[in-house]
Design a protein around this ligand. Structure first.
Ligand SMILES: Cc1ncc(COP(=O)(O)O)c(C=O)c1O
Length: 433
């Protein structure tokens, strides 16, 4: 067993000054077992006890190139020496927006933000303002950030969701105003019939349908063929805006994100994470006609939206993504890792299904197929977590939550994939004993 004494001591200190000893609830794994980080480089991280891991959490997705990448850090260092924040627009941020528009097929205008939460919050405001409507439809298990608009039916026990024909929106936190529940409709992902029925009843009242392309916050469940097209088509039919939340998929599964991957043309899209390789960059954008209402009676802004570290981080990340076959390389390694993990699970007689894309994927145990959070809930999460604990002990760190995908970065080497597969086989065997 690894030594975690320094992590444990740091956690005790942190408990005195911040709730749960962490600055985001998702980083808390429990008392005495939550790792505290020392540093990262390339595809690795070290905890404060000096234990080294092949990192597959990648900070929940942002790290697309690797930790502490020299080209990105050098650009950020160069830029911040000239000052980090001005209430004034600079050339670098315009170049970032130009690169984004060049890389993402349907992106015509962009506004920068600092986090995915902000990006989706602004996109929803714009959709409401553009349509003159207030209701939003989202899918169970999808997560669009911490604001109150869509923090509904994200992580609740599925028993609370009611019948799939008329789901009950469940707030994911105390403190979310109850009246907001009258503005949200929730549905199981991939349920075409329920979606069509709901659009028939409520389409004319909906400002937007917002969805992640795949359920990046619930087992990386893929959209069934045609499901995203159906959303796009029905939105157009009812004058509802289609918001594609690409916070996890953007600049990760393709340079043009899921929009390019599935050949979609959403009205609005949201980005964060891989856009800045860990620096605080985010954005939302879409059709010019929709985005043009910003500033014409529609409020949007933020003191830090053009913060230099974020903008410079995004500039250098996008430049590398454009110039090198980064996502293709990740895809190749990810495919091999997915196939290898699947083979090991089969060799060990474990029923499972692989979900997601090579750059962000996971597997569900004890089930042959998952299409929504409701069906994913039938999977064997306990066994999943036991395997994760064994992997972490062997120096491989996916997230300690069965819903969270494994994320790859460009710096993960072929040897890292081989070492991961060796550790995985040992871990599965250890759990079966
Ligand atoms: C799809 C999606 N949208 C929005 C967010 C919120 O992003 P942030 O954590 O940067 O606020 C996340 C975060 O995980 C996400 O996965």
């Amino acid at each position: 067993m690894k030594n975690f004494s320094k992590s444990q001591a740091l956690q005790k200190r942190a408990f005195n000054v911040t709730p749960l000893g962490v600055n985001s609830n998702f980083r808390y794994w429990g008392e005495g077992v939550t790792p505290y980080v020392q540093k990262g480089k390339d595809g690795y991280l070290w905890d404060v006890d000096g234990n080294k891991y092949i990192d597959y959490r990648m900070a929940f997705g942002p790290i697309i190139l690797g930790h502490a990448v020299d080209e990105v850090d050098a650009k950020v260092a160069e830029e911040i020496r000239k000052g980090v924040l001005f209430a004034m627009t600079g050339e670098l941020e315009i170049e970032v927006e130009e690169m984004m528009i060049e890389m993402v097929p349907g992106l015509e205008m962009v506004r920068l933000a600092c986090s995915g939460t902000e990006a989706t919050m602004h996109a929803i405001r714009v959709a409401r303002a553009y349509t003159g409507r207030e209701m939003i439809l989202k899918f169970e298990g999808n997560y669009h950030g911490f604001h109150d608009n869509t923090l509904w039916s994200t992580y609740a026990p599925v028993e609370a969701y009611g019948n799939p024909r008329s789901p009950i929106p469940v707030p994911a936190s105390s403190g979310i105003p109850r009246p907001l529940g009258s503005l949200i409709i929730t549905l199981p992902f991939n349920d075409r019939e329920a979606f069509e029925r709901m659009m028939f009843s409520y389409g004319h009242l909906l400002a937007a349908v917002i969805t992640e392309p795949c359920q990046g916050n619930c087992g990386a469940i893929l959209p069934e063929p045609g499901f995203l097209d159906l959303i796009q088509q029905k939105c157009a039919e009812y004058g509802t805006l289609f918001i594609l939340d690409e916070v996890k998929t953007g600049f990760r599964i393709a340079n043009g994100g899921a929009q390019e991957y599935y050949n979609l043309k959403p009205d609005l899209m949201t980005y964060a994470k891989a856009l800045g390789n860990g620096y605080p960059a985010a954005a939302f954008g879409g059709k010019k006609e929709v985005m043009s209402i910003i500033g014409r009676g529609v409020a949007q802004g933020g003191t830090y939206t053009n913060n230099k570290p974020g903008v410079a981080g995004a500039w250098a990340t996008l430049k590398m993504l454009k110039e090198k076959p980064i996502l293709k390389t990740i895809e190749g390694r990810g495919k091999r890792l997915m196939a290898g993990l699947s083979q090991i699970l089969s060799d060990e007689g474990l029923v499972h299904c692989m979900n997601g894309y090579p750059a962000m994927f996971t597997y569900a145990l004890g089930v042959e197929k998952v299409t929504s959070q409701r069906s994913w809930n039938e999977s064997d999460k306990d066994l999943y977590l036991k395997i994760i604990a064994e992997l972490i002990d062997r120096g491989v760190m996916p997230d300690n939550d069965a819903r969270e995908p494994w994320f790859l970065c460009y710096a993960h080497s072929d040897k890292d994939i081989d070492d991961t597969l060796t550790a995985f086989r040992e871990s599965v065997k250890a759990c079966k004993k």
